[in-house]
Design a protein around this ligand. Structure first.
Ligand SMILES: [Ca+2]
Ligand SMILES: [Ca+2]
Length: 396
């Protein structure tokens, strides 16, 4: 694993199978020149250092604080002020969480009515044999959730330690969208992503306000809502390998996913209901299994994909920028690569790619992006434990 040795940390890996490296000698980058040199990033809460940060969120309607998920099972809360020097523990469920490698507390989503009902949802790996748990907690205040308030919505088995997805977002439809990985190993040996009877390799969608399934319901227009075929009723879309970070464009309401590739290609998908995003038949735009002449009928191609040949080996999906401080990024999807530390801006024209611009390089192990309520974009440096913000390099 020569290519990753410089990271000096256990890779969160996000689906980087340890046997997945084909090129030990990454080629010289061929990306376009950094066109938007004024864009930089800075450590925005310099006094704060976190342990293996994997998620940054704000609660609906409250710009005064941030919530940061540490992979080991803790959610920290802190004031949205550059000079902040202290954090609080919003939730500590370390005792429930199996963490390490790609396992851990991997996702957080606040109920759209969090201010009134105090509900938040988490996605973590637990137990032996390993499973993913989707659970609700209740906060007693904006700075304290009740660790004893867990209500499990559902769980599903994880056949391997890696590829656990974990990202969760609420749509404007009020439903909770959940990204799951293909279960793990390499090459999806169980063919889970194409199996509609498996929770793995999917985008799931549930109604957290319902009780038909106990503590949630199935949206009536989910593709397999009736469950009569034996297909998983929670499925919204399928054919994903390890969607590591999904987000809604707060303007267009489109759902973006960064799907981590195997040995060759990383991809960005716009997720639509019932879509099949191809894995393990395809990896990005290439056939994977079989490795040539694959049947791509009915598969949705990525909106953008890139080769791993430049040392970019693990996409981290981000957010569509809607802030005010960097107008040149308005409406562009900001994403990065965990291994190379590069960050790009993808510009779409309708549903086709217009441009893809390299913004920054060597920004560390980018485990996640975040977006505040004003639309500004942040990312997390996993190894250094820092919250970084995209800023105007001429002003900072
Ligand atoms: Ca797994
Ligand atoms: Ca795909």
């Amino acid at each position: 694993m020569k290519a990753f040795a410089h990271l000096l940390l256990v890779p969160l890996a996000l689906g980087i199978a340890t046997f997945a490296c084909k090129s030990d000698d990454p080629k010289t980058p061929t990306d376009p020149e950094i066109a938007e040199k004024e864009i930089d990033s800075k450590s925005i809460f310099p006094a704060l250092t976190f342990t293996l940060p994997v998620e940054l969120k704000q609660a609906p309607g409250d710009s005064s604080q941030f919530y940061l998920v540490e992979q080991g099972g803790v959610i920290k809360v802190f004031a949205n002020a550059e000079n902040v020097s202290t954090t609080g523990t919003f939730l500590d469920i370390k005792s429930k969480v199996q963490s390490g490698g790609e396992r851990g507390l991997l996702g957080l989503a606040f109920h759209p009515d969090f201010k009134t009902n105090g509900y938040l949802f988490v996605n973590y790996t637990a137990g032996s044999p390993l499973k993913t748990v989707i659970a609700r907690y209740k906060a007693t205040s904006a700075t304290q959730a009740d660790a004893a308030s867990e209500v499990v919505l559902f769980t599903f088995d994880q056949p391997y330690d890696n590829h656990n997805g974990g990202s969760m977002q609420f749509g404007k439809d009020g439903y909770l969208y959940i990204a799951t990985g293909d279960g793990g190993s390499g090459g999806d040996p169980q063919n889970n992503a194409q199996n509609l009877k498996s929770y793995l390799g999917k985008i799931l969608r549930v109604d957290v306000n319902g009780t038909v399934k106990g503590n949630y319901s199935i949206p009536a227009d989910n593709p397999y809502a009736t469950g009569t075929t034996g297909n998983v009723a929670e499925i919204y879309a399928y054919g994903l390998r390890n969607p590591w970070r999904i987000s809604f464009d707060t303007d267009s309401d489109r759902l973006f996913a960064g799907d981590v590739g195997q040995d060759e290609r990383e991809e960005i998908d716009i997720i639509t209901k019932g879509g099949n995003y191809g894995w393990r038949i395809k990896e990005g735009i290439d056939c994977f299994n079989p490795d040539s002449n694959c049947n791509a009928q009915g598969l949705t191609e990525p909106i953008h994909d890139y080769s791993q040949s430049n040392g970019d080996r693990s996409i981290t999906g981000g957010y569509v920028y809607h802030g005010t401080s960097l107008p040149e990024l308005a409406g562009k999807y900001i994403y990065g690569d965990y291994v190379s530390g590069r960050i790009w801006a993808l510009e779409l024209d309708g549903s086709t790619r217009k441009s893809n611009t390299l913004l920054m390089e060597n920004k560390g192990a980018i485990s996640s992006f975040g977006q505040d309520l004003k639309g500004e974009v942040y990312y997390l440096n996993y190894g250094e434990g820092k919250v970084m913000k995209l800023v105007n390099g001429n002003l900072n």
